[in-house]
Design a protein around this ligand. Structure first.
Ligand code: PEP
Length: 249
C-alpha cells in the first residue's frame, strides 16, 4: 500500500502570527491519521512549527533547500541545517522556482542528493506548461524532468522520494486537470519509473497531484488508481479547506 499524502504549500504567505494560528487550527481539527499531512510554511517559521507539531501526526517541510553542502552561499539554507531543526520534507523544483529562479533539472538533482544525504524526504515537482501540452509534448517534458532530476538515484534512494505532478497551467489558475488527465500522467510517470527501476519500486512511490485542487474536486482526483494524494497551494491556507481535502480519500 502506498502512503496517502496531502501536502500544503503555503508559498510566501502568512505573517508569523497567522502561521501559528493556521497550524494550531490544523492540529485541533484532529485530521484523518491514515493520511500523512505535511505543511510547507515559509522557512523562517519551520523551527517553530516543528516544535508545535512534535507530538502530532503532522510533519513540517520547506519549499526550497540548497544544492550545496555549506559555506559561502549567501541566502541559502543547507539540508543539514534543515535536518538540525527537525524538518523532514522539502519541495524540490516547484514550477515557481523553475520559472522565477531559473532552477534547472541539473540543480534539482543536486538538491535531491543533498536532501537524501540528510535524511529529508524530497517531494520532486514536475509538470508541463500549457504550450507544451498544446503541442502534445507534455509526456516528453515530464519524462525529462524526472529523468534528469531523479533518475541519478539508486533503488534505495528513489524509494525515499515522493513525486508531485503539477501541470503549470493548473497552478493557482482555478483550472484543474481532469481526473482522466491526472491519472494518464500519473500512470505515465509510474511506467517511467518501472522502465528504470522495475515494478516493485514503482509500486511503492507516492505520486501527488497539484494544481487548483480543492475540497470540491479532491475526491474525484484522489479516486484514481495512481493518484496518491495532493500538493495543495491556495486551499492549504485555510485549515477547514485543507482538512476537507485530507478527508477526501
Ligand atoms: C502549488 O503551488 O503547488 C499548487 C498546487 O497551487 P494551487 O493549489 O494554488 O494551484
Amino acid at each position: 500500500m502506498r502512503k496517502k499524502i496531502v501536502a500544503g504549500n503555503w508559498k510566501m504567505n502568512k505573517s508569523y502570527a497567522e502561521a501559528i494560528d493556521l497550524i494550531n487550527n490544523i492540529i485541533n481539527a484532529n485530521p484523518n491519521p491514515t493520511v500523512q499531512l505535511i505543511v510547507f510554511p515559509p522557512a523562517i517559521y519551520a523551527t517553530e512549527l516543528v516544535k508545535l507539531t512534535t507530538s502530532t501526526p503532522i510533519k513540517v517541510g520547506v519549499q526550497n533547500s540548497s544544492q550545496y553542502d555549506a559555506g559561502a552561499y549567501t541566502g541559502e539554507i543547507a539540508a543539514s541545517m534543515l535536518k538540525s531543526v527537525g524538518v523532514q520534507y522539502a519541495l524540490v523544483g516547484h514550477s515557481e522556482r523553475r520559472h522565477y529562479f531559473n532552477e534547472q533539472n541539473s540543480d534539482l538533482a543536486l538538491k535531491v542528493n543533498q536532501l537524501l544525504k540528510n535524511e529529508i524526504t524530497p517531494i520532486y515537482c514536475c509538470g508541463e506548461i500549457l504550450a507544451e501540452r498544446e503541442k502534445n509534448n507534455h509526456f516528453n517534458v515530464v519524462k525529462n524532468q524526472i529523468s534528469e532530476g531523479l533518475f541519478q538515484l539508486t533503488e534505495n534512494e528513489i524509494l525515499k522520494c515522493i513525486i508531485a505532478y503539477e501541470p503549470v497551467w493548473a497552478i493557482g489558475t482555478g483550472v484543474t486537470a481532469s481526473a482522466a488527465q491526472a491519472q494518464e500522467m500519473h500512470l505515465f510517470i509510474r511506467n517511467s519509473i518501472v522502465q528504470k527501476y522495475g515494478n516493485k519500486i514503482a509500486d511503492q512511490i507516492s505520486i501527488l497531484y497539484g494544481g487548483s485542487c480543492n475540497a470540491k474536486n479532491a475526491k474525484e482526483l484522489f479516486s484514481n488508481q495512481d493518484v496518491d494524494g495532493g500538493l495543495i497551494g491556495g486551499a492549504s491556507l485555510n485549515a477547514t479547506d485543507f482538512i476537507a481535502i485530507a478527508n477526501s480519500f
